[in-house]
Write a protein that binds this ligand. Structure first.
Ligand code: GAL
Length: 388
């Protein structure tokens, strides 16, 4: 009897209040998104080619799963209020594209906005949340990124909860990616709403540039997300924005540092480059299985900066098997030695531990007390420290 009452209670509260689909992002989502490289230049042709490249390049095997179309796919609403994809760019409609992505064993993501218009002035979801969620579910969408432009006096919590409820009502599990750039501090309230939330404004394709709207290079976004480590975890990740690896603004060593740090942060790994045309170095960075394993560790801890000596930093991430991943990060203009002590890792100094270099793919030996490495300028050394 008690159990029946409990189940009725859960049922009623689910109908009244909705909920998020649980368990869709036990580790940070991995995929690709059109925005960083292509902006509004999205089409059926591009998405199919990118999906093909995700498979043929080995990205899919490395764990990349979601192919996400960002802004500008939508053009209007019909008389019934249904959202319409741009017929010139998506001549066969969106379900056709989704089916193609699914046929490759990949998942499909789409973009919308909580306000009246998207950031590029396409139709927003305001007032059409339940209808749009039904449309997306009908197309087979697996992931929704929901932006925050043209929201006027809307309340972020209420707006994102409404869309969460609309997705739940539509009945198709979708990863829900909140994108209010961290303005409402979603880490404080969104654990039950989304699977990931942007904690920063947009990433720019540079080391440390910044514009007047707070968009910035990865080293600056890293600083902004550093203190939020306690809020991130399985099914609710801090998102410092998509990767710029493979675009033109970073050197190879800077790209390696960017990727190492996103992995130590347990950040979603959403590639933002042209997967059809990647250099050997870009592919090696994006598919480094040992770095990815750190990002995808099932304990789900965001790494912490344990030392900051000006331009030289030590970042540590606790892993599920009791070992630690470490990034030694050199922001300076010349090569420097950076060391990490066992104490900083939460280990006693006498502990014998194996150190493995995750970029050289090489065991470096057994160490006690500390480890140090020469780190080139604007680069990172990434290791695991594994107690014997
Ligand atoms: C921004 C968002 C970007 C991209 C862009 C599209 O608000 O942060 O990631 O989605 O809108 O217009």
């Amino acid at each position: 009897m008690k159990k029946t009452l409990f189940l009725i209670g859960v049922f009623i509260s689910t109908i009244l209040y909705g909920q998020k689909f649980e368990g869709l992002a036990p580790t940070p989502p991995m995929g690709w998104n059109s925005w960083n490289k292509f902006g509004c230049d999205v089409s059926e042709k591009l998405i199919k080619e990118i999906a093909d490249a995700m498979v043929s390049s080995g990205m899919k095997d490395a764990g990349y799963e979601y192919v996400v179309i960002d802004d500008c796919w939508q053009i209007a609403r019909d008389e019934q209020g249904n959202i319409i994809p741009d017929p010139e760019r998506f001549p066969n409609g969106m379900k056709h594209v989704v089916d193609y992505v699914h046929s490759l064993g990949l998942k499909f993501g789409i973009y919308s906005d909580a306000g009246t218009m998207t950031c590029q002035k396409r139709p927003g979801a305001r007032g059409y949340e339940f209808q749009d969620a039904r449309t997306y579910a009908g197309w087979g969408v697996d992931y929704l990124k929901f932006d925050w432009c043209y929201t006027g006096t809307q309340n972020a919590q209420a707006s994102y909860k409404l869309m969460r409820d609309a997705i739940h009502k539509a009945g198709r599990p979708m990863v829900f990616s909140l994108c209010d750039w961290g303005w409402s501090k979603p880490w404080l309230w969104a654990e039950d709403v989304g699977h990931l939330w942007r904690a920063t404004d947009d990433i720019m394709d540079c080391w440390d540039c910044e514009d007047d709207r707070n968009n910035a290079g990865f080293t600056i976004l890293l600083d902004r997300v550093a203190d939020l480590y306690s809020y991130s975890g399985p099914d609710h990740w801090n998102d410092p924005d998509m990767l710029e690896v493979g675009n033109s603004g970073l050197t190879v060593s800077e790209s390696r540092a960017h990727f190492s740090l996103w992995c130590i942060l347990a950040a979603p790994l959403i590639a933002g480059n042209d997967l059809r045309d990647m250099s050997k170095e870009t592919l090696e960075i994006l598919t480094n299985s040992e770095a990815i394993a750190v990002d995808q560790d099932t304990l789900g801890k965001q790494g912490i900066k344990v030392r900051d000596d000006g331009d030289l930093e030590v970042w540590v991430k606790q892993l599920g098997d009791g070992s630690r991943a470490v990034v030694l990060f050199n922001r300076s203009l010349k090569q420097e030695n950076i060391s990490v002590s066992w104490e900083e890792l939460g280990y006693p100094g006498y502990l014998k531990a194996k150190v493995r270099d995750l970029w050289l793919h090489k065991d470096l030996g057994i160490f006690t007390k500390e480890f140090s490495a020469a780190v080139p300028s604007h680069d990172a050394v990434m290791i695991t420290v594994i107690p014997e």
